[in-house]
Design a protein around this ligand. Structure first.
Ligand code: SF4
Length: 404
Protein backbone atom coordinates (compact mmCIF):
# COMPACT_ATOMS: atom_id res chain seq x y z
CA UNK A 1 0.00 0.00 0.00
CA UNK A 2 1.28 3.44 -0.84
CA UNK A 3 0.63 6.86 0.59
CA UNK A 4 -1.56 7.65 -2.40
CA UNK A 5 -4.16 5.43 -0.76
CA UNK A 6 -4.79 8.06 1.86
CA UNK A 7 -4.66 11.18 -0.28
CA UNK A 8 -7.84 13.17 -0.06
CA UNK A 9 -10.01 12.82 -3.13
CA UNK A 10 -12.56 15.36 -4.22
CA UNK A 11 -16.18 14.98 -3.20
CA UNK A 12 -18.28 13.83 -6.16
CA UNK A 13 -18.94 16.98 -8.21
CA UNK A 14 -22.26 17.80 -9.80
CA UNK A 15 -22.15 15.77 -13.02
CA UNK A 16 -21.77 17.34 -16.41
CA UNK A 17 -24.59 16.39 -18.79
CA UNK A 18 -23.91 12.92 -20.18
CA UNK A 19 -21.09 12.23 -17.75
CA UNK A 20 -22.31 8.85 -16.51
CA UNK A 21 -19.13 8.19 -14.54
CA UNK A 22 -19.81 11.14 -12.25
CA UNK A 23 -23.36 10.04 -11.47
CA UNK A 24 -24.10 8.55 -8.08
CA UNK A 25 -24.86 4.83 -8.55
CA UNK A 26 -26.81 5.17 -11.82
CA UNK A 27 -29.36 2.45 -12.67
CA UNK A 28 -29.70 0.70 -16.04
CA UNK A 29 -31.61 3.70 -17.38
CA UNK A 30 -28.87 6.13 -16.30
CA UNK A 31 -30.93 7.57 -13.44
CA UNK A 32 -28.92 8.70 -10.47
CA UNK A 33 -29.41 7.27 -6.98
CA UNK A 34 -30.72 9.76 -4.43
CA UNK A 35 -29.32 7.69 -1.55
CA UNK A 36 -25.73 8.65 -0.81
CA UNK A 37 -25.78 12.18 -2.21
CA UNK A 38 -24.66 14.68 0.40
CA UNK A 39 -27.24 17.29 1.37
CA UNK A 40 -25.37 19.87 -0.71
CA UNK A 41 -25.25 17.57 -3.72
CA UNK A 42 -28.97 16.85 -3.45
CA UNK A 43 -29.75 20.57 -3.27
CA UNK A 44 -27.52 21.17 -6.30
CA UNK A 45 -29.25 18.46 -8.35
CA UNK A 46 -32.72 19.77 -7.51
CA UNK A 47 -31.98 23.44 -8.15
CA UNK A 48 -30.45 22.40 -11.49
CA UNK A 49 -33.94 21.01 -12.27
CA UNK A 50 -35.43 24.42 -11.52
CA UNK A 51 -36.67 23.57 -8.01
CA UNK A 52 -36.64 26.01 -5.09
CA UNK A 53 -34.05 25.48 -2.35
CA UNK A 54 -36.58 24.15 0.22
CA UNK A 55 -37.26 21.13 -2.01
CA UNK A 56 -34.04 19.43 -0.93
CA UNK A 57 -35.18 19.44 2.71
CA UNK A 58 -38.49 17.83 1.76
CA UNK A 59 -36.83 15.12 -0.31
CA UNK A 60 -34.22 14.52 2.40
CA UNK A 61 -36.93 13.95 5.00
CA UNK A 62 -38.77 11.48 2.74
CA UNK A 63 -35.58 9.53 2.11
CA UNK A 64 -34.03 9.45 5.55
CA UNK A 65 -36.79 10.23 8.05
CA UNK A 66 -39.60 8.27 6.38
CA UNK A 67 -37.45 5.70 4.60
CA UNK A 68 -39.49 5.95 1.43
CA UNK A 69 -38.42 3.78 -1.50
CA UNK A 70 -40.54 5.26 -4.27
CA UNK A 71 -40.44 8.85 -5.53
CA UNK A 72 -44.19 8.68 -6.15
CA UNK A 73 -44.79 8.40 -2.41
CA UNK A 74 -43.46 11.94 -1.78
CA UNK A 75 -46.98 13.27 -1.35
CA UNK A 76 -46.16 16.89 -0.50
CA UNK A 77 -44.34 17.31 -3.82
CA UNK A 78 -46.38 18.07 -6.95
CA UNK A 79 -47.07 15.31 -9.46
CA UNK A 80 -45.26 17.27 -12.12
CA UNK A 81 -42.09 17.57 -10.05
CA UNK A 82 -42.24 13.91 -9.06
CA UNK A 83 -42.50 12.96 -12.73
CA UNK A 84 -39.41 15.07 -13.51
CA UNK A 85 -37.58 13.51 -10.59
CA UNK A 86 -38.50 9.98 -11.74
CA UNK A 87 -36.86 10.68 -15.09
CA UNK A 88 -33.59 11.58 -13.38
CA UNK A 89 -33.43 9.67 -10.11
CA UNK A 90 -34.07 6.38 -8.40
CA UNK A 91 -33.92 5.30 -4.75
CA UNK A 92 -31.77 2.26 -4.02
CA UNK A 93 -31.38 -0.29 -1.27
CA UNK A 94 -28.81 -3.07 -1.26
CA UNK A 95 -30.53 -6.37 -2.00
CA UNK A 96 -30.76 -8.73 0.97
CA UNK A 97 -29.20 -12.02 -0.20
CA UNK A 98 -29.46 -13.66 3.20
CA UNK A 99 -30.75 -12.69 6.63
CA UNK A 100 -29.77 -14.78 9.64
CA UNK A 101 -30.79 -14.34 13.26
CA UNK A 102 -28.60 -15.88 15.95
CA UNK A 103 -29.82 -17.66 19.07
CA UNK A 104 -28.78 -14.54 21.02
CA UNK A 105 -30.87 -12.32 18.63
CA UNK A 106 -27.86 -10.92 16.76
CA UNK A 107 -28.98 -10.45 13.18
CA UNK A 108 -26.77 -10.55 10.11
CA UNK A 109 -27.56 -9.51 6.56
CA UNK A 110 -25.54 -10.48 3.53
CA UNK A 111 -26.18 -7.61 1.14
CA UNK A 112 -25.70 -7.59 -2.60
CA UNK A 113 -24.97 -4.41 -4.54
CA UNK A 114 -25.77 -3.49 -8.13
CA UNK A 115 -22.52 -4.98 -9.48
CA UNK A 116 -23.09 -8.26 -7.63
CA UNK A 117 -20.52 -7.57 -4.89
CA UNK A 118 -21.53 -8.41 -1.36
CA UNK A 119 -20.87 -7.07 2.13
CA UNK A 120 -22.15 -7.98 5.55
CA UNK A 121 -23.99 -5.91 8.14
CA UNK A 122 -24.77 -7.01 11.68
CA UNK A 123 -27.21 -5.80 14.34
CA UNK A 124 -26.12 -6.46 17.90
CA UNK A 125 -29.02 -5.98 20.32
CA UNK A 126 -28.57 -4.94 23.93
CA UNK A 127 -31.91 -5.03 25.78
CA UNK A 128 -34.16 -2.42 24.18
CA UNK A 129 -31.46 -0.82 22.01
CA UNK A 130 -28.50 -1.94 19.94
CA UNK A 131 -25.80 -1.19 17.43
CA UNK A 132 -25.71 -1.72 13.69
CA UNK A 133 -22.22 -2.66 12.56
CA UNK A 134 -21.60 -1.47 9.00
CA UNK A 135 -18.92 -2.33 6.46
CA UNK A 136 -17.03 0.20 4.36
CA UNK A 137 -15.20 -2.06 1.92
CA UNK A 138 -15.76 -5.40 0.24
CA UNK A 139 -12.76 -7.23 1.63
CA UNK A 140 -9.80 -5.37 3.09
CA UNK A 141 -6.30 -4.38 1.99
CA UNK A 142 -4.95 -5.10 5.45
CA UNK A 143 -3.97 -8.49 6.76
CA UNK A 144 -4.51 -8.45 10.50
CA UNK A 145 -3.70 -12.04 11.24
CA UNK A 146 -6.49 -12.71 13.71
CA UNK A 147 -9.21 -11.37 11.41
CA UNK A 148 -11.29 -13.49 9.06
CA UNK A 149 -12.05 -10.51 6.84
CA UNK A 150 -8.31 -9.96 6.55
CA UNK A 151 -8.05 -13.18 4.54
CA UNK A 152 -10.32 -11.61 1.95
CA UNK A 153 -8.58 -9.42 -0.59
CA UNK A 154 -9.96 -5.96 -1.22
CA UNK A 155 -12.53 -6.17 -3.97
CA UNK A 156 -13.60 -2.53 -3.87
CA UNK A 157 -14.58 0.39 -1.68
CA UNK A 158 -18.24 0.91 -0.89
CA UNK A 159 -19.85 4.22 -1.84
CA UNK A 160 -21.48 6.53 0.70
CA UNK A 161 -24.90 5.30 -0.41
CA UNK A 162 -23.85 1.68 -0.06
CA UNK A 163 -22.65 2.34 3.51
CA UNK A 164 -25.77 4.28 4.56
CA UNK A 165 -27.91 1.70 2.73
CA UNK A 166 -26.76 -0.96 5.20
CA UNK A 167 -28.26 0.95 8.11
CA UNK A 168 -31.42 1.59 6.09
CA UNK A 169 -31.82 -2.12 5.36
CA UNK A 170 -31.57 -2.76 9.11
CA UNK A 171 -34.27 -0.13 9.71
CA UNK A 172 -36.44 -1.80 7.04
CA UNK A 173 -35.97 -5.15 8.74
CA UNK A 174 -37.07 -3.82 12.15
CA UNK A 175 -39.72 -1.45 10.73
CA UNK A 176 -38.10 1.60 12.37
CA UNK A 177 -39.63 4.22 10.07
CA UNK A 178 -40.19 7.08 10.40
CA UNK A 179 -37.11 7.82 12.50
CA UNK A 180 -38.20 7.26 16.13
CA UNK A 181 -37.19 9.51 19.02
CA UNK A 182 -33.72 8.83 20.30
CA UNK A 183 -35.04 7.11 23.42
CA UNK A 184 -37.39 4.76 21.59
CA UNK A 185 -35.12 3.10 19.06
CA UNK A 186 -33.95 -0.47 18.77
CA UNK A 187 -31.30 0.60 16.26
CA UNK A 188 -29.81 3.26 18.50
CA UNK A 189 -26.12 3.19 17.57
CA UNK A 190 -23.87 2.68 14.58
CA UNK A 191 -20.43 1.14 14.78
CA UNK A 192 -18.22 1.35 11.71
CA UNK A 193 -16.44 -1.89 12.50
CA UNK A 194 -17.54 -4.28 9.76
CA UNK A 195 -15.52 -5.36 6.77
CA UNK A 196 -12.69 -3.08 5.70
CA UNK A 197 -10.59 -0.21 7.01
CA UNK A 198 -12.92 2.83 6.90
CA UNK A 199 -10.11 5.37 6.82
CA UNK A 200 -8.84 3.84 3.58
CA UNK A 201 -12.24 4.74 2.10
CA UNK A 202 -12.27 8.15 3.68
CA UNK A 203 -14.48 10.40 1.54
CA UNK A 204 -17.31 7.90 1.18
CA UNK A 205 -17.17 7.09 4.88
CA UNK A 206 -17.29 10.74 5.93
CA UNK A 207 -20.20 11.48 3.59
CA UNK A 208 -22.03 8.44 5.01
CA UNK A 209 -21.38 9.60 8.60
CA UNK A 210 -22.76 13.05 7.79
CA UNK A 211 -25.90 11.51 6.30
CA UNK A 212 -26.35 9.19 9.29
CA UNK A 213 -26.00 12.05 11.77
CA UNK A 214 -28.18 14.61 9.96
CA UNK A 215 -30.86 15.57 12.50
CA UNK A 216 -33.61 15.82 9.86
CA UNK A 217 -33.06 12.29 8.58
CA UNK A 218 -31.63 9.22 10.25
CA UNK A 219 -30.73 11.50 13.18
CA UNK A 220 -28.04 9.47 14.92
CA UNK A 221 -26.18 11.65 17.37
CA UNK A 222 -22.41 11.65 16.78
CA UNK A 223 -22.13 10.39 20.35
CA UNK A 224 -23.86 7.24 19.13
CA UNK A 225 -21.57 6.63 16.18
CA UNK A 226 -18.20 4.95 16.67
CA UNK A 227 -15.63 4.46 13.95
CA UNK A 228 -12.98 1.81 14.44
CA UNK A 229 -9.62 2.05 12.75
CA UNK A 230 -6.59 -0.19 12.67
CA UNK A 231 -4.48 2.97 13.01
CA UNK A 232 -4.37 5.03 9.80
CA UNK A 233 -2.73 7.88 11.66
CA UNK A 234 -2.99 10.82 9.19
CA UNK A 235 -6.66 10.11 8.61
CA UNK A 236 -7.39 10.01 12.34
CA UNK A 237 -6.49 13.70 12.45
CA UNK A 238 -8.76 14.38 9.45
CA UNK A 239 -11.63 12.44 10.97
CA UNK A 240 -11.44 14.33 14.25
CA UNK A 241 -11.61 17.64 12.40
CA UNK A 242 -14.18 16.66 9.76
CA UNK A 243 -16.84 14.77 11.74
CA UNK A 244 -15.79 14.12 15.33
CA UNK A 245 -17.55 10.80 15.90
CA UNK A 246 -16.37 8.49 18.68
CA UNK A 247 -13.12 6.73 17.97
CA UNK A 248 -12.19 3.11 18.55
CA UNK A 249 -8.73 1.78 17.79
CA UNK A 250 -7.93 -1.85 17.08
CA UNK A 251 -4.87 -2.03 19.29
CA UNK A 252 -4.42 -5.71 20.11
CA UNK A 253 -0.81 -5.47 21.25
CA UNK A 254 1.19 -3.52 23.81
CA UNK A 255 4.50 -3.51 21.95
CA UNK A 256 5.62 -2.81 18.39
CA UNK A 257 7.27 -6.24 18.21
CA UNK A 258 3.98 -8.07 18.68
CA UNK A 259 1.84 -5.57 16.78
CA UNK A 260 4.17 -5.63 13.75
CA UNK A 261 3.44 -9.35 13.47
CA UNK A 262 -0.29 -9.49 14.10
CA UNK A 263 -1.15 -6.12 12.47
CA UNK A 264 1.30 -5.31 9.68
CA UNK A 265 -0.07 -1.74 9.43
CA UNK A 266 1.97 -1.09 12.59
CA UNK A 267 5.16 -1.10 10.50
CA UNK A 268 3.87 2.00 8.74
CA UNK A 269 2.37 3.80 11.73
CA UNK A 270 3.92 2.39 14.90
CA UNK A 271 2.54 2.68 18.40
CA UNK A 272 4.23 5.98 19.25
CA UNK A 273 2.57 7.76 16.32
CA UNK A 274 -0.71 5.99 16.93
CA UNK A 275 -0.82 7.00 20.59
CA UNK A 276 -0.01 10.60 19.70
CA UNK A 277 -2.91 10.66 17.22
CA UNK A 278 -5.17 9.37 20.01
CA UNK A 279 -3.92 12.05 22.41
CA UNK A 280 -4.66 14.67 19.75
CA UNK A 281 -8.13 13.35 18.79
CA UNK A 282 -10.31 16.45 19.26
CA UNK A 283 -13.50 14.97 20.69
CA UNK A 284 -11.80 12.59 23.13
CA UNK A 285 -12.63 13.49 26.72
CA UNK A 286 -13.55 11.71 29.92
CA UNK A 287 -17.15 11.81 28.74
CA UNK A 288 -16.26 10.45 25.28
CA UNK A 289 -13.36 8.13 25.82
CA UNK A 290 -11.47 6.39 23.05
CA UNK A 291 -12.08 2.65 23.03
CA UNK A 292 -9.06 0.41 22.61
CA UNK A 293 -10.07 -2.97 21.27
CA UNK A 294 -7.89 -5.79 22.39
CA UNK A 295 -8.38 -9.31 21.15
CA UNK A 296 -7.24 -11.98 23.59
CA UNK A 297 -4.82 -14.37 21.88
CA UNK A 298 -3.46 -17.21 23.94
CA UNK A 299 0.28 -16.91 24.53
CA UNK A 300 0.61 -13.96 22.13
CA UNK A 301 -0.57 -10.78 23.86
CA UNK A 302 -2.23 -11.88 27.11
CA UNK A 303 0.46 -11.93 29.83
CA UNK A 304 0.49 -9.87 33.02
CA UNK A 305 3.45 -7.95 31.57
CA UNK A 306 1.38 -7.15 28.45
CA UNK A 307 -1.41 -5.73 30.60
CA UNK A 308 0.99 -3.54 32.58
CA UNK A 309 2.73 -2.34 29.42
CA UNK A 310 -0.66 -1.52 27.93
CA UNK A 311 -1.53 0.70 30.88
CA UNK A 312 1.80 2.54 30.47
CA UNK A 313 1.24 2.93 26.72
CA UNK A 314 -2.11 4.71 26.99
CA UNK A 315 -1.22 6.91 29.96
CA UNK A 316 -2.84 10.32 29.63
CA UNK A 317 -5.39 9.28 26.99
CA UNK A 318 -9.07 9.40 28.05
CA UNK A 319 -9.81 5.78 27.19
CA UNK A 320 -11.30 2.44 28.06
CA UNK A 321 -10.55 -1.07 26.87
CA UNK A 322 -12.75 -3.62 25.27
CA UNK A 323 -11.31 -7.10 25.74
CA UNK A 324 -12.49 -9.41 23.00
CA UNK A 325 -12.27 -13.19 23.35
CA UNK A 326 -10.88 -14.44 20.04
CA UNK A 327 -13.52 -16.04 17.83
CA UNK A 328 -11.98 -19.01 16.12
CA UNK A 329 -12.69 -19.17 12.41
CA UNK A 330 -11.86 -21.91 9.88
CA UNK A 331 -8.15 -21.80 9.03
CA UNK A 332 -7.05 -19.47 11.83
CA UNK A 333 -3.93 -20.48 13.76
CA UNK A 334 -4.68 -18.61 17.01
CA UNK A 335 -6.41 -19.80 20.15
CA UNK A 336 -8.48 -17.73 22.53
CA UNK A 337 -6.89 -17.00 25.91
CA UNK A 338 -8.26 -19.04 28.81
CA UNK A 339 -11.10 -17.36 30.67
CA UNK A 340 -9.08 -17.04 33.89
CA UNK A 341 -6.28 -15.30 31.94
CA UNK A 342 -8.74 -12.84 30.41
CA UNK A 343 -10.15 -12.04 33.84
CA UNK A 344 -6.68 -11.51 35.26
CA UNK A 345 -5.78 -9.23 32.34
CA UNK A 346 -8.94 -7.21 32.92
CA UNK A 347 -8.20 -6.97 36.67
CA UNK A 348 -4.68 -5.62 36.08
CA UNK A 349 -6.00 -2.89 33.79
CA UNK A 350 -8.70 -2.06 36.35
CA UNK A 351 -6.05 -1.79 39.09
CA UNK A 352 -4.29 0.76 36.88
CA UNK A 353 -7.52 2.78 36.65
CA UNK A 354 -8.83 1.60 33.27
CA UNK A 355 -12.25 0.15 32.57
CA UNK A 356 -11.64 -3.12 30.71
CA UNK A 357 -14.82 -5.17 30.40
CA UNK A 358 -14.79 -8.41 28.45
CA UNK A 359 -16.99 -8.25 25.38
CA UNK A 360 -19.69 -10.89 25.40
CA UNK A 361 -19.29 -12.94 22.21
CA UNK A 362 -22.35 -12.39 20.03
CA UNK A 363 -23.70 -14.16 16.98
CA UNK A 364 -21.08 -16.90 16.95
CA UNK A 365 -23.53 -19.43 15.50
CA UNK A 366 -24.06 -17.27 12.40
CA UNK A 367 -20.40 -16.17 12.05
CA UNK A 368 -21.46 -12.61 12.87
CA UNK A 369 -19.04 -12.15 15.74
CA UNK A 370 -16.13 -9.77 15.70
CA UNK A 371 -13.53 -10.67 13.08
CA UNK A 372 -15.68 -13.33 11.46
CA UNK A 373 -17.29 -11.33 8.67
CA UNK A 374 -16.53 -12.50 5.19
CA UNK A 375 -18.68 -12.48 2.08
CA UNK A 376 -19.05 -14.75 -0.88
CA UNK A 377 -17.35 -12.09 -3.03
CA UNK A 378 -14.15 -13.46 -1.55
CA UNK A 379 -14.53 -16.92 -3.03
CA UNK A 380 -15.47 -15.50 -6.38
CA UNK A 381 -12.50 -13.13 -6.34
CA UNK A 382 -10.03 -15.80 -5.28
CA UNK A 383 -11.20 -18.25 -7.90
CA UNK A 384 -10.91 -15.54 -10.58
CA UNK A 385 -7.41 -14.72 -9.37
CA UNK A 386 -6.34 -18.36 -9.35
CA UNK A 387 -7.73 -18.77 -12.86
CA UNK A 388 -5.83 -15.67 -14.02
CA UNK A 389 -2.60 -16.87 -12.44
CA UNK A 390 -3.05 -20.35 -13.90
CA UNK A 391 -3.46 -18.71 -17.30
CA UNK A 392 -0.25 -16.69 -16.75
CA UNK A 393 -2.11 -13.35 -16.60
CA UNK A 394 -0.61 -10.59 -14.41
CA UNK A 395 -2.34 -9.73 -11.14
CA UNK A 396 -4.44 -6.60 -11.53
CA UNK A 397 -3.25 -4.86 -8.41
CA UNK A 398 -6.00 -5.90 -5.99
CA UNK A 399 -3.74 -8.53 -4.51
CA UNK A 400 -3.40 -9.42 -0.89
CA UNK A 401 -1.43 -6.27 -0.08
CA UNK A 402 -0.30 -5.67 3.46
CA UNK A 403 0.06 -2.12 4.67
CA UNK A 404 3.76 -2.15 5.25
S1 SF4 B 1 -9.28 -6.08 11.56
FE1 SF4 B 1 -10.18 -4.54 10.19
S2 SF4 B 1 -8.41 -3.63 9.15
FE2 SF4 B 1 -7.68 -5.58 10.03
S3 SF4 B 1 -7.96 -7.07 8.35
FE3 SF4 B 1 -9.83 -7.12 9.62
S4 SF4 B 1 -11.23 -5.72 8.55
FE4 SF4 B 1 -9.15 -5.26 7.80
Amino acid sequence: MTDTTIMKTAVTPDPAPGDAAALNNPDAEGREDLIGLSREQLAGRLTAMGEKSFRAGQVWAWLYNRGIRDIDGMSNISKETRAKMRERFHISRPQVSRELTSADSTRKWLLKYRDGQEAETVYIPDDDRGAVCVSTQVGCTLTCRFCHTGTQMLVRNLSAGEIVGQFMVARDSYGEWPTPNETGRLLSNVVVMGMGEPLFNYDATVTALRILSDPEGLALSKRRITLSTSGVVPRMYDLGNDVGVNLAVSLHAATDDVRDVIMPINKKWPLKELMQACRDYPSASNARRITFEYIMLKGINDSDADARQLARLVKGIPCKFNLIPFNKWPGSDFECSDWSRIERFSDILAEQGYSAPVRKPRGRDILAACGQLKSESQRERLSQLKARRAAGIEDDGHGDAAAQ
